[in-house]
Design a protein around this ligand. Sequence first.
Ligand SMILES: [Zn+2]
Length: 101
Amino acid sequence: MFHIPICQHCGYKWGWIEAFFKMFTFKKKLRCLSCNSSQYVSKKSRKQLSLFIFISLLIVPLVSFVVPKGYVLSFEIVAYALVIILMPFLYKLSIKDEPMW
Ligand SMILES: [Zn+2]
């Protein structure tokens, strides 16, 4: 499930920083820095990504009931940091644009 995005055209491995910043443009179409071809975030990884965000948003409020009060904030910071760190690894690139559903 976790992997570094790889260009489907030239095999160029995207770095974490690249994938991370491209992620925040929220564009479906991404351009490979190496061969300049258009890449799309695959349907499967877009689904995984939204599921991942959904779960993490759900887990944090739940944990605040279990974790002692003083630790909730630090737990949330760690949890969100983990989500942000792992998100670029959920990216899988595809040459074709796939409809979401
Ligand atoms: Zn490429």
